[in-house]
Design a protein around this ligand. Sequence first.
Ligand SMILES: [Zn+2]
Length: 159
Amino acid sequence: MQHKVTVERNSLRFSAGHFATYEGDCEPLHGHNYDVIVEVEGDLTEDSWVIDFRLLKQIVRALCKPLDHRFILQRNSAVLSIGENGDYWEIAFGDRRYVMPKSDVCALPIDNSTAERLAEWLCLRIKDALAGAGATNVMSITVGIEEAPGQAGWCTLTL
Ligand SMILES: [Zn+2]
C-alpha cells in the first residue's frame, strides 16, 4: 500500500523572469506566473500521516520566496557568458547583453532555467528540508513547475 500527499498552487507560486536556451539559441527575456505542485510519497507514521500539510507548505513557500519577482539566472549555463561585476551580473548571448543588479536576480546552480530544472532544484531542496525536519518515512518527492496552465515540467526524486 502506498500513500502520498500533495500540495499545490494557492500560496505555492512565484512570478519570475527568465530566458532559457535551446539548441544553441536563447529565448527572449520574458516571465511566468509559476505554479508549484508537490507530491510526497511515503510510509504512514504512527499517527497515519505521510507528512503534515502545514509543514510541507511552509517548506515549499520558503523555498519559492527567493525566486519571486526576480530574474532566474542559470548560473551553470554552458551557453550564456556570465560574469560578476560588483553588485551586478553581466550576461551575454551573442550580440545580446544584459546587466542586472544582483538584488533583482536569483542565481541558481542549474544549467538552464527550464521548468524541468527548476523542478529538480526545488525537489532536491525539499528533500534536504524534509530530512532536516526529521521526516524519515518519505520515499519519493515529485515537483511540478507549471509555467502556464496546462504546461509544466516535472521531476521525481526517489529516496
Ligand atoms: Zn519561459
